[in-house]
Design a protein around this ligand. Structure first.
Ligand code: ACO
Length: 361
């Protein structure tokens, strides 16, 4: 029997997960029983260990402790760096997300594809950012932590501890977030048993769109367009008059402020080169006031992408690579969901409601 249909599957529960819960009314993100705030100061490897705990395929030895993951990721970054070399000429001709898609597609779907995918996404992202800056990719150093090495591969120099802490904070903050569009895409593909790499590539394709992971670059375009605090209100009002959406605001689930926004804002404040934070605060306040006036029935608040844009800019990532950096964090959640789906799920095969013409008799 065909059940009811809700556009965008809004309010539809489409999976059970022990990984994360988005409490949209309270503005809380719970990851394996812990609030994001309690996890935000940890290295990315600790979040990966937390998400992967108990999800490894049976009979597959997987390092589960953060320290073991740190060295396994280091080795896998080196493999990824070697694997991507023949792909660099093609990648150079592509925008960042298609370049990342190309490189990830080349990963072998072996039993350790989850760790390869996580290591490779960070390695490829740094290389793609270097290409965008007209530079040659920098080789990884397996002795470094993942965030530290991503920054070293981006700049070619040893990063400052505050920069490493800020990137770890970002990668941890975006690592998992319930059944968002890209994670759902990963689970659909995993449910067909197509494998981890195929699931990760599908997830990246979903992440690319401006309504999901493609928003933070346009947040900076908005700040550039506004230029100075006094222009904020007229600029934002004109954008809304044109029917545009304000990037970095609104969310399907949160009806209050996205808790990730404050975690990332705290990260931005620790960085030198975050000179635009005063402008951003004004733009945020004006945008929230305008959205409350224009959309009184729809509580629209700041989402994760607003302060993501400032944090990644202050760390030196080129703005068109922001979605790739997002993928470098979210791949932790994608791979955990893939494992969970493979262990517990059934083929995902919903029904559609036919609204086309009836056949002629
Ligand atoms: N600016 C202006 N109006 C908005 C915004 C916004 N940022 N977000 C939603 N609205 C309005 C819509 O126009 C719509 O109004 P209407 O009913 O009068 O047409 C109403 O609010 C509801 O919008 P929906 O699209 O139904 O809400 P949904 O829950 O599907 O959208 C989304 C969520 C896609 C994130 C939306 O808020 C948006 O487009 N935001 C801007 C892009 C963005 O920041 N994306 C990153 C999201 S976070 C992430 O994915 C990691």
């Amino acid at each position: 029997m065909t059940q009811g249909f809700t556009p965008g599957l809004q309010d539809t529960v489409a999976a059970e997960t022990a990984l994360s819960h988005v409490d949209g009314a309270a503005g809380r993100l719970i990851l394996r029983g812990r609030d994001l705030d309690a996890l935000a100061g940890q290295p990315f490897e600790a979040m990966l260990a937390l998400l992967w705990e108990g999800t490894a395929p049976q009979k597959t030895p997987q390092p589960m402790e953060a320290e073991a993951l740190r060295s396994a990721l280091g080795a896998a970054r080196q493999e990824a760096f070697a694997l991507m070399q023949p792909l660099l000429p093609a990648a150079r001709a592509l925008p960042p997300v298609p370049a990342l898609r190309l490189m990830l597609s080349a990963l072998p779907d072996t039993q350790d594809a989850a760790i390869r995918s996580v290591a490779a996404t960070g390695t490829f992202t740094a290389a793609i950012a270097r290409l965008a800056m007209g530079e040659t990719p920098v080789a990884p150093d397996p002795a470094r932590g993942h965030a530290e090495d991503m920054l070293a591969m981006l700049t070619g120099a040893a990063p400052e501890p505050a920069q490493v802490a800020a990137l770890d904070r970002y990668l941890v903050t975006v690592a998992d977030h319930g059944l968002n569009a890209s994670t759902f895409a990963a689970r659909v593909v995993a449910s067909t048993r197509a494998g981890t790499v195929s699931s990760v590539v599908a997830a990246l394709c979903a992440l690319k769109g401006p309504l999901h992971g493609g928003a933070p670059g346009p947040v900076l375009d908005m700040l550039d367009g506004i230029g100075e605090a006094g222009n904020a209100r007229p600029w934002l009002a004109a954008a809304l008059d044109r029917g545009e959406r304000l990037m970095g605001f609104g969310h399907r689930i949160y009806r209050v402020r996205d808790p990730r926004a404050d975690v990332l804002k705290a990260g931005v404040q620790t960085l030198r080169g975050s000179g635009r934070i005063a402008l951003a605060e004004t733009v945020e306040a004006e945008a929230l006031a305008l959205l409350a006036e224009r959309k009184p029935d729809r509580p629209l608040q700041t989402n994760v992408e607003f302060y993501t844009a400032l944090l990644l800019e202050a760390l030196g990532w080129p703005r068109d690579s922001f979605t790739c950096v997002f993928a470098a964090g979210r791949v932790a959640g994608w791979t955990a969901h893939v494992r969970e789906e493979e262990r517990t799920g059934r083929l995902i095969r919903p029904q559609s409601r036919y609204v086309g013409p009836a056949p002629a008799r």
